[in-house]
Structures are given as structure tokens and as C-alpha cells.
Ligand binder design. Structure first.
Ligand SMILES: Nc1ncnc2c1ncn2[C@@H]1O[C@H](COP(=O)(O)OP(=O)(O)OP(=O)(O)O)[C@@H](O)[C@H]1O
Length: 360
């Protein structure tokens, strides 16, 4: 395993800036997940680290060694792609062995390493099959085995599960967690999937429009998103966001006035008069006779253990999604009203930065 450090790394294609100068430091053995909206530059960052793109500026170090100008194969990294890119005419064993054959490793070493990689990915019984005789999940496991067979110090994964069905995604998610624990390898993993990010990552990197918005432990990003983009990226269903104004401020916090009406106290720091975006997660809304979040139920989703009520916007209240217990009965068109604990409220300034706590 190895550390990966990028400094001032940027990429533009012609006049289009795809990645602003970026710093990121990943420790040896860490599992880092990169999330962010489509087109924000996640794959570009991964491809730059892999050496599949040439940076416009900056440098990349793997375990302290500057690899910015090194060929991909000499960086000590391996990459797993969304499309498994297996050779259809080769067996599973031959596919896994391929990188070792290209590197002209001795036969006995190839056999031993293929057996070890196949064992780690539970593929031993399938070694003589060809890819067309495998399920999607098995194919993806072969592509991972092929990536780890050279014992890379860092494994880069670009949306490795996005071609799989929901059940397989869950199984493979567990595989990745197990593989990381077993091999202790540094992993950098790009995904759109909330659950993959929250459950697999030691740290999540949230990207937005060509730059890193925030880096931190999953629960820290969930509890204290530093920007509006992070608030949107972490949590499912997403945080409810609505316009408000700072009506008053004192040492204990602020009074926020919703644009449509209604006031809330929050232990945050801001100047009176400032327009803000108020944020509250669906799971933090509590049924309350006097709450300011209210509306008619337009959509009700029952997931079993819990439910989500989507309340339509009214003249004086914004649209919100609220989480309810799974056994709660709700009729469409019924009016529900919710309040929230002040400590659960988030607010973001006009530049999208989270307001600081009133007492740090
Ligand atoms: N070779 C290229 N030439 C021009 N623009 C490119 C090139 N490759 C990528 N881009 C642009 O760079 C931006 C970032 O692309 P990238 O694939 O890194 O995004 P992403 O966050 O991985 O997106 P997604 O989640 O949809 O895969 C996109 O707007 C894309 O169109």
C-alpha cells in the first residue's frame, strides 16, 4: 500500500477547465471515495492519478515518488473500469494472468499469483470459464482480480458497480469492504452511489464543478456539510433546502425567517439581513402542531422500515420531504406539519458556505 498526494493538479481541455488546481492527500491503506454531480471531474482526477491523462499543471506523488511524468504501468497503480473490459476469447485464468504475461513474469509466479487473486475474489471454481459464461458480478470480480494480480500499491476504481443490478451492487459492496480489509491496499473509488460512499469510505471527497468542495469522514460530512454542494451530495433523500433571511442575531444564534413565512431559531452565526439557504434533512423533521414546515402530502413512499412523505409547496411554506416511521398511515392530500430541533438546522450564506456555529 502507498500514499497518494496531488498538489496543484489541474486539467483543461482547450479552454475548458475540467479540474481547477487541486490538492489532495491520501494516506497509505485509506479507502477514499470521490462523489459529486455528473461532469464535475471525478473521473478526470482518477485518470490523472492513473496516468491516463496528462495534467495541465501540478504533480502526483505515490509513496513519496514523483510519478507526474511516469508511464501508467510504472506508477504501481491498477485501475478497474465501469466496463469490465475482459478479453472474451480468454478464460478467467488467462484474463487474470494477462498483466503478468505482458510483464513476462515466470510461469510458476503467474500461476501462484492468479491462484491467490482468484481465491481473494472467490473465482477459483470459475477459472476455466470464458467471460460470456459469467454473470455481471462474476465478470466484475474477474476485472478486479486482474487489477490486483500485480499487487498494486493503489487500486483506482471508476464506478465499478454501476453496471450491476441492485442486489449484486450490495453483494459487491461487501466484497470491496472485505477486500480492503484483507489486502490493506489504498483504494480510490469514484461513485454516484450514496450508500457506497457512506459505507465504504474512510474519507469522502466531495467534488463540484472541477474542484474539491470538502474532504472528511462520511459522518462528519453528513453532520456538518461545509457547503451547499456537499449538503446536496451527501444524504438520501437529499437535504430539504429553502430560502430564508437572518431576521435577528445574538450570542446564542440567529432567528431565521423563511421567505414564505415562519421563524426558526438556530445556533448559528450570521449578520441580520443576510439572505441564506436553510437546510433540514428529512430524517430530522419531527411531527409538531406548531412546526413551520407543513403541506399537503403529494407523494407517499413506503419503504417498509420507514416512509417518506413529500409535502407540496403552499403559499407560505416550501415543499419538503419528511421521514416517517414505516407503520405510519398517511392519506394523500392530508396536511402534515413538522418542526425541527435547532441543532439539526443547517444554513448556507449566499456563496453557499455553511454558517459557523454560534459557540464554536
Ligand atoms: N477529452 C475531453 N475533451 C473535452 N472535455 C472533456 C474530455 N474528457 C472529459 N471532458 C469534460 O470534462 C468534464 C469532467 O468529466 P469527468 O468524466 O471527469 O466527469 P465525472 O465527474 O466523472 O462525470 P460522470 O459522473 O458523469 O462520469 C465533463 O464536462 C466532460 O465533458
Amino acid at each position: 500500500m502507498a500514499s497518494v498526494v496531488v498538489e496543484g493538479l489541474s486539467k483543461h481541455f482547450g479552454s475548458t477547465i475540467v479540474l481547477q488546481p487541486t490538492d489532495l492527500s491520501i494516506e497509505a491503506g485509506e479507502f477514499v471515495v470521490i462523489v459529486g454531480p455528473s461532469g464535475c471531474g471525478k473521473s478526470t482526477l482518477l485518470r490523472l492519478i492513473a496516468g491516463l491523462e496528462t495534467p495541465s499543471s501540478g504533480c502526483i506523488r505515490v509513496d513519496g515518488r514523483d510519478v507526474t511524468d511516469a508511464a501508467p504501468a510504472s506508477r504501481g497503480l491498477a485501475m478497474v473500469f465501469q466496463s469490465y473490459a475482459l478479453y472474451p476469447h480468454l478464460t478467467v485464468a488467462e484474463n487474470i494472468a494477462f498483466p503478468l504475461r505482458v510483464a513476462r513474469r515466470p510461469k510458476a509466479e503467474v500461476e501462484a499469483r492468479v491462484a491467490a487473486a482468484a481465491g481473494a475474489l472467490d473465482l477459483t471454481a470459475l477459472l476455466s470459464r470464458r467471460p460470456r459464461a459469467l454473470s455481471g458480478g462474476q465478470r466484475q470480480r474477474v476485472s478486479i482480480a486482474r487489477a490486483i494480480v500485480r499487487e498494486p500499491s493503489v487500486l483506482l476504481l471508476d464506478e465499478p458497480l454501476s453496471n450491476l443490478d441492485a442486489e449484486l451492487r450490495v453483494r459487491m459492496r461487501h466484497e470491496f469492504a472485505r477486500l480492503h480489509a484483507q489486502l490493506g491496499i489504498t483504494m480510490i473509488y469514484v461513485t454516484h452511489d450514496q450508500l457506497e460512499a457512506m459505507t465504504l469510505a474512510n474519507r469522502i471527497v466531495v467534488m463540484g464543478a472541477g474542484r474539491i468542495e470538502q474532504v472528511g469522514e462520511p459522518i462528519a460530512l453528513y453532520e456538518r456539510p461545509a457547503t451547499l454542494a456537499v449538503a446536496r451530495a451527501i444524504g438520501s433523500p437529499g437535504m430539504n433546502l429553502m430560502p430564508a433571511t437572518v431576521a435577528a442575531a445574538d450570542d446564542d444564534g440567529v432567528t431565521l425567517r423563511l421567505t414564505g413565512g415562519g421563524e426558526l431559531r438556530a445556533p448559528l452565526r450570521a449578520s441580520p439581513g443576510m439572505p441564506v439557504t436553510l437546510g433540514i434533512r428529512p430524517e430530522h423533521l419531527q411531527p409538531s402542531e406548531t412546526g413551520v414546515f407543513a403541506g399537503k402530502v403529494e407523494l407517499f413512499e413506503r419503504l417498509g422500515p420507514l416512509s417518506f412523505a413529500h409535502l407540496g409547496a403552499q403559499a407560505d411554506v416550501p415543499a419538503v420531504v419528511a421521514q416517517l416511521p414505516g407503520d405510519r398511515r398517511v392519506t394523500l392530500g392530508e396536511t402534515l406539519r413538522f418542526g425541527a430541533e435547532p441543532a439539526c438546522l443547517h444554513a448556507f450564506d449566499p456563496d453557499g458556505r455553511a454558517l459557523a456555529p454560534a459557540s464554536p
